[in-house]
Write a protein that binds this ligand. Structure first.
Ligand code: ARG
Length: 580
């Protein structure tokens, strides 16, 4: 295969465009490092791709954009890739791919069974992904679902593109909540409930003590002293703490198993306890931190927005803080794991915290690429924070149960003859997939409305719609009674075939795009468009009723659509099902 052939259409067009630019009379006047952008056409009426390069160049070259475009077009050598480019409007250049180029690309991605044409990165990085990270013995609520689902998907995509990923669940296992839990454990614990539903029991005592401390000043103090005793190494308290952490981890593991999410490490906050004191000393020695009213702080007079927002890393009473732990965590990840990058998928309210610790890391001369990847809230239909009817925060486990229950109703209705265990398995895929997809199809910073009917609808941008498209691609081979065999020659007769082939080729352009600004919704939307293109193809192009190369091509389009949907959904952490 020729070198250029292993690139995406947009990359190949970009190269040809650079070539053309270097042959124009204004080649010598081009702005240094000018890289023309080639985009997928929004309106296919004018072509498959377009560039605004001429408009970008008009100003620096002091030329009319249409004149610039005309010269580029004149010098453009489309080779076998596309027809002669055309000009539109104020100076857009449009490209229409040749049918042979589409056919060649279809064959190429069919041959690339695991990656469907997606190239791996040239410089793989070691990326640590910090996501989920709930607080032990406190409810893991739907807010944590965003972090868990987005983080897991970004990890899968980074891995697929060839990066070395390390997923680390930085659970909050050493917070002030333990003061309350310790007292509750000693005074309110129901042993039977603990044996039966441990996570719920921990939650119950946490809530109960939390409510009581609101009115009871003395109890607040008692809880505080329980916490101090724990931090001082009191044996009884340490034992209770350890049990609580174990129980909570097991509960969490159950949820992660259901979500198909896994972590390479679970280094919670407590793991860093011994590293905090020396770290603060080191920051003092290096004059990065200083004393202020008995506390140790880092000031940022030179940083806009942080001038009056110092980070406290040791309180006057000697206690360490969230920021201190996170700084120790950065050290560990850079030194032990040799991380090039750390991606934090954490809610938007923690922006200031991450601004501060990233700045401190910079002051310490660390050069890793630290990325804060925030997300918004999940709202109820009333546009307020999602709550249960009784006003409590919604529990993730309950959400998953309800999603599967609702999906099961649909599955049983559509497939009454299926074994109940199979119906259940399919419902699990659809229900969990629907919750994940509702999350991932949104831009992460939008506050989205949690709506059962929308997320489980069979039409629209939903998991069931995409899964249904996948199921169709599989059904055709069942009907045929054979598996897909290698396609030799691709031929197209209908526009719907070419549109689908083009969409399939664009998977390779889409996946890397997700990591540019950490937007899994870019991939979700691509998959939705692919499913729609498949649907249109399905309506317009009979498969089993035609013969020869045409039939083989149509079967190949079905096969590749199925593969791309399965891989693409897999990158979102969503499993597929063979029927629904
Ligand atoms: N436990 C925190 C919370 O629930 C999130 C931790 C995020 N990760 C980190 N390294 N700070 O809000």
């Amino acid at each position: 295969m020729a070198e250029g052939m292993s690139k995406t259409f947009s990359a190949r067009l970009q190269e040809a465009l650079l070539q053309a630019l270097s042959a124009t009379d204004f080649a010598a006047d081009l702005p240094e490092g000018f890289a023309p952008k080639v985009d997928q056409a929004q309106n296919r009426q004018f072509g498959d791709y377009q560039t605004n390069a001429a408009m970008m160049l008009a100003k620096p070259l002091k030329k009319n954009p249409r004149e610039v475009a005309a010269q580029i077009i004149e010098k453009f050598e489309p080779a076998d890739l596309c027809d002669e480019p055309t000009m539109a409007g104020p100076g857009f250049i449009n490209f229409t791919l040749k049918e042979d180029a589409l056919a060649g690309e279809l064959l190429r991605i069919l041959a690339d069974e695991s990656h469907h044409g997606v190239a791996t990165v040239e410089d793989p990085k070691t990326v640590v992904l910090d996501f989920s990270a709930p607080n032990v013995a406190k409810p893991m609520h739907v807010g944590h679902i965003r972090s868990t689902i987005i983080g897991d998907s970004l990890g899968r995509i980074a891995r697929f593109l060839g990066h070395r990923t390390i997923t680390d669940n930085h659970i909050g296992d050493w917070g002030t909540q333990f003061g309350m839990i310790l007292w509750g454990w000693k005074n309110l614990l129901d042993e039977d409930a603990l044996a039966e539903k441990p996570v719920e029991e921990l939650l119950r005592i946490y809530r109960e003590v939390n409510a009581r401390t609101k009115e009871d000043e003395a109890l607040r103090e008692t809880c505080k002293s329980e916490l101090v005793a724990l931090q001082a190494g009191d044996e009884e308290n340490l034992k209770i703490w350890e049990t609580c952490v174990d129980v909570s981890k097991q509960g969490l593991q159950g949820i992660y198993d259901r979500l198909d999410v896994s972590f390479d490490h679970w280094l919670g906050e407590s793991f860093y306890n011994d590293r905090l004191a020396p770290l603060v000393d080191d920051l003092l020695d290096q004059k990065i931190a200083e004393e202020s009213d008995g506390a140790i702080c880092v000031f940022f007079p030179e940083t806009k927005g942080l001038e009056d927002k110092p980070a406290i890393i040791r309180k006057a009473d000697g206690g360490f803080l969230y920021a201190t732990t996170d700084l120790a965590t950065i050290d560990y990840r850079l030194n032990e794991w040799k991380a090039d990058a750390v991606w934090y998928v954490v809610g938007a309210p923690q922006q200031l915290h991450f601004d501060q610790i990233f700045k401190i890391s910079e002051k310490r001369g660390q050069s890793a690429d630290l990325e804060f990847i925030p997300f918004g809230s999940i709202l109820g239909k009333d546009r307020k924070m999602l709550r249960t009817r009784s006003g409590d925060t919604v529990q993730l486990a309950d959400v998953l149960d309800e999603a599967v229950e609702r999906a099961a109703k649909v599955v049983i209705e559509k497939n009454p003859d299926l074994e109940p265990s199979e119906q259940q398995a399919v419902a699990e895929v659809i229900g969990i997939g629907a919750v994940k997809y509702a999350e991932l199809s949104q831009y992460r910073l939008t506050d989205y409305i949690f709506d059962w009917d929308n997320m489980l609808a069979l039409k629209g941008n939903t998991a069931p719609y995409l899964l249904n498209a996948y199921v169709r691609t599989r059904a055709i081979f069942r009907k045929l009674g054979e598996d897909y065999t290698v396609l030799e020659t691709a031929v197209f007769e209908e526009q719907a075939e070419k549109d689908l082939a083009l969409k399939l080729a664009q998977f390779a352009e889409t996946v890397p795009q997700v990591l540019v600004d950490f937007k899994p919704n870019t991939l979700a939307n691509y998959l939705y468009e692919l499913a729609m293109a498949y649907h249109r193809f399905w309506e317009a192009c009979p498969v089993l009723r035609v013969e020869g190369d045409l039939r083989a091509t149509r079967l190949a389009l079905c096969e590749q659509t199925g593969r791309t949907l399965r891989t693409g959904l897999g990158l979102l952490g969503i499993r597929t099902t063979e029927f629904m």
